[in-house]
Write a protein that binds this ligand. Structure first.
Ligand SMILES: Cc1cc2nc3c(=O)[nH]c(=O)nc-3n(C[C@H](O)[C@H](O)[C@H](O)COP(=O)(O)OP(=O)(O)OC[C@H]3O[C@@H](n4cnc5c(N)ncnc54)[C@H](O)[C@@H]3O)c2cc1C
Length: 463
């Protein structure tokens, strides 16, 4: 039933961000309801059901600090992550505060009353604050190819691909070179007649064996018997290591390229390496793709790689600009999504905010000129929760300060800030003008989580 009385907080989205938010709201005695357009929790871990869908961040870092996920694997598959999020939602009774099949269509802040009215497909909600966890992926990015209408086979985006499907009698071509393509192809190769990974240009790929290390296992076993601090230290250490690798690879790209060369040359040989494994960009300008089982499938000849642009499609093949023809019955587009941080109409009184383009985004929590609104964003080049959790706790500090001091509204001023995204993959570059500008942190969680999220009331306007 839709509550008619005013809530402290409406949380939008029951993905990993929203569930983390709900946990911290409950832990601090703040009332809330969560609105989710789907019929289950999990966000992208509920909707991305293609072959090989998984996390490529170490799951010790990606799982919540308040409920580490214990596993002998380093990375987790989509199903495990989805189950984990359901378990968190059930264990902390978050589930009973979620209104499923409730899509937010519009939210309006009344600056006189200092409250939000939230319009949904399932009624109207009122709250003092919004915490938005509506995610950042929206519609699938579907490129168009000349003569696609002549193609007799199937063209399907990974967003619509179900991992239960098999392609035993099909020549499958996967188009893409990002994380989705690299996660997907080793698994698809197991269920396809033949598989070609077709990339316009190569990405940096690093293969791991996906086994938890001995240290991880020891820390996890200690956690199980109630000794929690070793796992906490390990979580911090893994983040610190990631941040150092990020900094060193960016600062010393030749050294980084040498590491990738040493990693792939023995498996694929000089010619293949030169043709398919040397990206046009520098290491860590985009997320590094983490592969599991790719080397084996390439060595067995189960995955062929082609690097070229698509010139056109025929009835049963793809013609490349380098003159090659690839037989194709099923063309799977691992071409990512459009990036969109705002999935409903947002109004401050009668003024509509169309997108967040250029808006100052303080510490990835508050946007300039939008009162009583928090949107805790995660890290794009590391494990998402390493910032989304910290940003959430920061929002709660602000709300608690307001309660203590009797304030009803908080905002930060709109202002110009300099911002260069930490990484520049295509999905970010495609929508750069619509992105807010994050400032107030270094975008390096191991440092930020200690130094950048000290709350100073002087940085906010309270009324
Ligand atoms: C295949 C894949 C692999 C990834 N791997 C990693 C990784 O290894 N490490 C990493 O850090 N990140 C990874 N990411 C990025 C990932 O998006 C984030 O880690 C994180 O899951 C984002 O969570 P979220 O809750 O903010 O958003 P989402 O998971 O997108 O959840 C948003 C929720 O909000 C709901 N919603 C949206 N709009 C509305 C509305 N108007 N009304 C009501 N509900 C709404 C959606 O239905 C959804 O449930 C990956 C992404 C993908 C797609």
């Amino acid at each position: 039933m839709v509550p008619t009385k005013e809530l402290d907080v409406v949380v939008i989205g029951a993905g990993i961000t929203g569930i983390g938010v709900a946990y911290y709201l409950q832990a601090n005695g703040i009332s809330y309801k969560m609105l989710e357009q789907d019929d289950d929790v999990g966000g992208i871990w509920n909707t991305q059901r293609w072959h090989g869908a998984r996390c490529d961040s170490a799951f010790i870092k990606y799982s919540f600090s308040f409920m580490p996920y214990i596993s002998d694997k380093y990375l987790q598959d989509r199903e495990q992550i989805h189950d984990y999020l359901r378990t968190v939602a059930n264990k902390f009774s978050i589930i009973k505060n979620i209104h499923f099949k409730t899509q937010v269509t519009k939210a309006r802040f009344d600056s006189r009353e200092k409250k939000w009215t939230i319009y949904t497909t399932n009624g109207i909600f009122y709250s003092r604050f919004i915490i938005n966890g509506n995610g950042y992926f929206s519609a699938p990015n579907i490129p168009t190819f000349p003569d696609a209408d002549k193609f007799k086979g199937e063209i399907i985006h990974t967003f619509n691909l179900d991992a239960h499907r098999t392609f035993d009698d099909k020549n499958v071509v996967v188009v893409g070179s990002g994380s989705t393509a690299i996660c997907c192809v080793p698994e698809l190769a197991k269920v396809a007649k033949s598989l070609v990974l077709l990339q316009r240009s190569p990405s940096y790929i690093y293969e791991i064996d996906n086994q938890a290390t001995r240290t991880t296992m020891i820390c996890q076993n200690l956690y199980k018997i109630g000794i929690h601090f070793p796992l906490k230290i390990l979580r911090y250490y893994l983040q610190f290591k990631d941040d150092m690798i990020f900094l060193i690879f960016r600062r010393f790209p030749r050294f980084a390229r040498w590491i990738f060369r040493e990693h792939w040359l023995p498996v694929v040989g000089v010619e293949t390496f030169r043709e398919h494994f040397i990206p046009k960009y520098q290491p860590w300008e985009q997320r590094v793709c983490i592969a599991v089982g790719l080397k084996e499938k390439i060595a067995e000849g189960k995955i062929k790689i082609k690097t070229s642009e698509i010139q056109r499609l025929t009835e049963s093949s793809i013609i490349l600009t380098n003159g090659e023809t690839i037989p194709c019955d099923t063309c799977i587009l691992a071409t990512g999504f459009h990036f969109n941080l705002l999935k409903f109409d947002l109004y401050i009184d009668e003024h509509r905010i169309v997108d967040f383009g250029g808006v100052n985004y303080y510490k990835g929590v508050m946007l300039g000129g939008i009162p009583n609104y928090f949107q805790p964003i995660g890290v794009l080049h590391s494990a998402w929760t390493q910032r989304s959790e910290t940003a959430t706790k920061y929002a709660i500090k602000i709300m608690k300060y307001m309660k203590k001091n009797g304030y009803r509204s908080v905002s930060i001023d709109r202002r110009e800030v300099n911002y260069t995204p930490a990484i520049t993959p295509n999905y970010i570059m495609r929508c750069l003008p619509t992105l807010p500008k994050i400032y107030g942190s270094w975008e390096l969680p191991s440092f930020d989580n200690i130094f950048s999220y000290r709350f100073n009331p002087a940085n906010f306007n309270f009324l």
